[in-house]
Design a protein around this ligand. Structure first.
Ligand code: AQP
Length: 326
């Protein structure tokens, strides 16, 4: 069975971008593949964070994985820092990764701009840690959002380089994208929706909160007045409809927008209803898990054991190949 690896940073509540871009795919993939889903806490400390909130964020993320339908009987769910091999392999892969390649990464440039007082070596090294995450499990498939494609390409380069220098060891992993690989921000549709911005629709948001966030969201700028016709293709709300609404609703809002038969608020109300409906099972499961957090801890401890078994084998193989005493 082919292996899948993916992870998310415990940096805040998951939003519909994380869900549509990655998480929804994970649930499907576990039916066909041997899946490893990681809580990448070492990645989360590369940008500003509050130690007092980290433990809670890790637990909330584990609950989100489970509430979305990741089944711990089928898939391995674990915390990155519980498996020390991730950091060890990163160190080794650092030795074959030129600094220039890391400085070119878009995410490094963006995060450096966002946090000018926090440009640390680990932020630069983020993609090498990601490569180590994936290669430790010799994963062949990596379901991610579009923003992570550049990092995945670097993982492939690192795998190729390692194989060439030290002998065939790693497969070159392939990315799998969803139909909505880049969900845009509600307040600034030129930017991707992001956890740390806190403006996106969180998976645990109530119907009222979803509506509150959507009601002020940016639409086609051509629609200043209710009677102005618009172009759905230029509207972030219509793009979201494509992920949450039926064919009939899509036709209704597209036609209503183009002919100014409906206003943006009516269009958003339909979307709010549909998002709330789709996320309702997630919220229910999440609430149930919140009453039984001991079970979530147990799943994470068990997951780390299962992950470590494979990670340690790969690390031994790598150390032998590069000539370290073992
Ligand atoms: N807006 C998005 N659209 C589609 N996919 C997205 N992903 C993130 N944002 C979008 C995908 O979700 C997965 C988890 O991402 P992450 O936790 O590693 O962190 P991130 O990419 O940095 O996500 P955020 O939400 O933007 O968090 P912060 O604000 O902490 O940086 C990845 O597969 C990602 O592609």
């Amino acid at each position: 069975m082919k292996r899948v690896f993916s992870g998310m940073r415990p940096s805040g509540q998951l939003h519909i971008g994380n869900y549509l871009g990655a998480l929804k795919n994970w649930v499907e993939l576990q039916k066909k593949y041997d899946c490893f889903f990681c809580i990448v806490d070492y990645h989360a400390i590369t940008t500003p964070f509050k130690p007092a909130e980290m433990k809670r964020n890790i637990l909330e993320l584990a609950k989100s994985y489970l509430a979305s339908g990741i089944d711990p009987k089928k898939s391995v769910i674990f915390i990155q820092s519980d498996v020390s091999e991730h950091a060890e392999l990163t160190w080794i892969l650092n030795t074959i990764t030129p600094i220039g390649e890391l400085k070119r990464m878009t995410q490094f440039k963006e995060k450096s701009k966002q946090y000018p007082g926090y440009i640390n070596i680990a932020l630069l090294d983020y993609p090498v840690l990601m490569a180590a995450d994936i290669l430790l499990y010799k994963a062949e498939i990596v379901p991610v959002g579009e923003d992570q494609l550049q990092h995945l390409e670097l993982t492939r380069t690192i795998a190729r380089r390692f194989n060439k220098i030290f002998g065939q060891t790693f497969p070159e992993p392939k990315a799998i994208l969803t139909k909505a690989p880049r969900v845009m921000s509600l307040t600034d549709p030129t930017k991707k929706m992001s956890k740390t911005d806190g403006e996106g629709i969180a998976l645990i948001d109530s119907k009222e909160t979803i509506w509150k966030k959507l009601s002020t969201a940016v639409t086609d700028p051509a629609r200043i007045k209710r009677t102005d016709p618009g172009e759905p293709k230029k509207c972030n709300i219509y793009t979201l409809h494509q992920s949450f609404s039926s064919k009939e609703e899509l036709d209704y809002v597209a036609d209503g927008c183009r002919k100014a038969k409906i206003g943006c608020l009516e269009c958003k109300k339909i979307l709010a209803e549909n998002i709330a409906k789709e996320l309702a099972p997630f919220r229910k499961k999440y609430t149930e898990l919140s009453k039984n957090e001991d079970l979530v801890y147990k799943i994470l401890v068990d997951g780390a054991k299962r992950a470590k078994k494979i990670a340690s084998q790969t690390l031994i193989e790598v150390k032998r190949k590069i000539g370290l005493l073992i």
